[in-house]
Design a protein around this ligand. Structure first.
Ligand code: IPD
Length: 264
């Protein structure tokens, strides 16, 4: 078995256990709190617990690997492999009881810098939706027995998805970007989970996706799903503090890339 397949299988097993824990904690009562601070604290507790589980499970099997997660300190490791983990992507959905949240786990070769790493394995598991998307470099992207493939033809316009950062000062710019892409769109979705948006591009449920300012753990696993499903993923440094991630089938990716790289 190749290293990529081994890492994918390990990521899948751990994502299942982590997804069960997140789902159980959600059922046990991550209730919507009265204020945002309290709400954020509750979510952070669940996020941290799930990340700690994932980190411990990886360390049991691969103690020399590095780790880059949303909720704990990074560790570079010594094996050259780094795990890039979002324990609960779609945190706000999770807090509100919406099912579009997921555990996202990737294993990459190289440093934890998306510009220089090579993704080997990626898993996006949405426990409340009962879905698990997996990919290993060179072995395709899968949902169970179904091999995933991006869309190639969008005669009625592309079904796109995007997301907005949490910082209100960026909303005007993001909304202006929506106005620019709408002429190529059949419609636009905003699911609240970047990893799931990417998994849906891989599965052909969306034609394309773009978002500014994502963190490595938001897209590490999802980007490999798209690539292994025959799509393209690129990062545009329009604004260096908030690079733009673009994903889609070849034609949709090219159109989005053209529109989003125009100087404004
Ligand atoms: C967020 C989600 C959301 C995206 C944000 C991300 P989180 O991740 O993926 O869809 O719009 O940019 O930060 O905070 O839920 O892990």
């Amino acid at each position: 078995m190749t290293l990529a397949l081994e890492l994918r299988d390990l990521a899948t097993e751990i994502a299942r256990e982590a997804g069960e824990l997140a789902h159980r904690r959600r059922r046990e009562g991550v209730h919507l709190a009265a204020t945002k601070t309290t709400l954020a604290d509750i979510v952070t507790d669940a996020d941290r617990e799930v990340e700690a589980l994932i980190r411990a499970r990886i360390a049991e099997v691969r103690p020399d690997d590095g780790f880059l997660g949303e909720e704990s300190e990074a560790d570079v490791g010594v094996s050259g492999i780094t795990w890039v983990v979002d324990p609960i992507d779609g945190t706000v959905n999770y807090a509100y009881g919406m099912p579009a949240y997921n555990v996202s786990i990737a294993a990459v070769r190289g440093t934890p810098d998306p510009q220089s790493w090579e993704a080997l394995a990626g898993v996006v598991h949405a426990p409340a939706l009962g879905e698990i998307f997996t990919a290993a470099q060179g072995h395709g992207a899968w949902s169970g027995e179904t091999r995933l493939a991006v869309t190639t033809d969008t005669p009625a316009g592309a079904l796109l998805a995007t997301g907005f950062g949490y910082d209100p000062s960026t909303h005007d710019g993001d909304l202006a970007t929506v106005r620019r892409v709408m002429p190529m769109a059949r419609d636009l979705r905003r699911s609240g989970s970047a990893a799931l948006d990417l998994a849906y591009v891989a599965a052909g449920r969306l034609d394309g996706y773009y978002e500014r300012g994502l963190k490595p753990w938001d897209f590490a696993a999802g980007a490999l799903l798209v690539e292994e499903a025959g799509g393209l993923v690129s990062r545009l440094e329009v604004d260096s503090s908030r690079p733009m991630l673009i994903a889609g089938g070849r034609a949709v990716h090219a159109r989005l890339h053209g529109i989003l790289s125009e100087k404004r």
